[in-house]
Design a protein around this ligand. Structure first.
Ligand code: ADP
Ligand code: MG
Length: 278
């Protein structure tokens, strides 16, 4: 198989001691994971398991004390500023809360123009790109002159996705990008992520605490538990026949809207718990 786009090898992250914590805190312990071009790898785990830390390590923002984060074969964790800047266009991020990542004082058009201007894209080309982005994320063409706060949560997330796509990245780190949205909006935004992947071939490292979400969108799924990957494999395999007891618990704890499915889920859960305790 050809070289992965992103190749995380035995990465350990330790946050420095601070305040009452006398010892450094090891948030990730020898984590390995790879993402190929055009692939979606889901990263699931409960709150505090280290998912955001791994996303930050990929973006070159976490204190990596061991291992390598190879993006297109180059180590991000130990890249200098110039190298990081060069890689930055190809490596984008979408966060849970677009409020914190979208400048509230700028119009949608200005928000989308910013990365293009920084990269000195000629004006006509930039304007065309912005029109294309509007279409890709299905924002109304007249949305450009409005401010982020004039949009619903789902629409704001579409703007954040459009901005991440502006420079045609190879990989987007998506950190809980639908977790703040209500269920129906969540489903639509997930479909959008999928369509965009099919259209552009962009790869995702898709972080969520919700296994249902991850299952819906991912080709492969990695399960994180206390800073370690306890299971990593084909999405259907991991979510339908989880091998690790932690994955089983995580999966059967996820709330689902459909009462029939919920009942079925409960039965399955009983079965799994019964086999575990026997
Ligand atoms: P998740 O995204 O899965 O909820 P995080 O990666 O945010 O998990 O956090 C993993 C662990 O690292 C948590 O115990 C958290 O308290 C700790 N942590 C996160 N960021 C920092 C930081 N900047 N300094 C110290 N500890 C941190
Ligand atoms: Mg997180």
């Amino acid at each position: 198989m050809n070289q992965p786009l992103l190749d995380i090898q035995n990465v350990t992250v330790e946050y420095a001691a601070r305040g009452f914590r006398a010892k450094p805190f090891r948030a990730l312990h020898e984590v390995s994971l790879d993402v190929h071009r055009g692939e979606c790898v889901g990263l699931v785990g409960e709150s505090g398991s280290g998912k955001t830390t791994l996303g930050r390590a990929v973006l070159g923002l976490a204190p990596v004390t061991g291992g390598k984060v190879l993006f297109r074969g180059e180590d991000i964790a130990h890249a200098d500023r110039a190298k990081r800047r060069e890689l930055a266009a190809d490596l984008q991020v979408v966060f849970q809360d677009p409020y914190t990542s979208l400048n509230p004082a700028l119009t949608i058009e200005q928000i989308l123009a910013e990365p293009l201007t920084v990269r000195k894209t000629p004006r006509p080309e930039a304007q065309q790109r912005i029109r294309d982005l509007f279409e890709m994320v299905r924002l109304p063409a007249n949305a450009g002159t409005r401010l982020p706060r004039e949009f619903s949560g789902g629409q704001r997330q579409r703007v954040a996705i459009a901005r991440a796509l502006a420079l045609k990245p190879a990989l987007i780190v998506c950190d809980e990008p639908v977790s703040a949205l209500d269920l129906s909006t969540q489903a639509r935004v997930l479909e959008l992520f999928k369509d965009i992947q099919e259209q552009t071939g962009v790869a995702y490292l898709f972080v969520s605490h919700d296994l249902e979400v991850v299952r819906h969108i991912s080709h492969r799924v990695a399960v994180m538990y206390h800073g370690e990957i306890v299971e990593f494999g084909d999405g259907d395999q991991v979510t339908a026949r989880p091998r690790h007891p932690y994955t089983q618990k995580l999966f059967f704890a996820a709330p689902i809207a459909d009462p029939d499915a919920q009942a079925q889920r409960r039965e399955e859960r009983h079965r799994v718990l019964a086999t575990q305790s026997s």
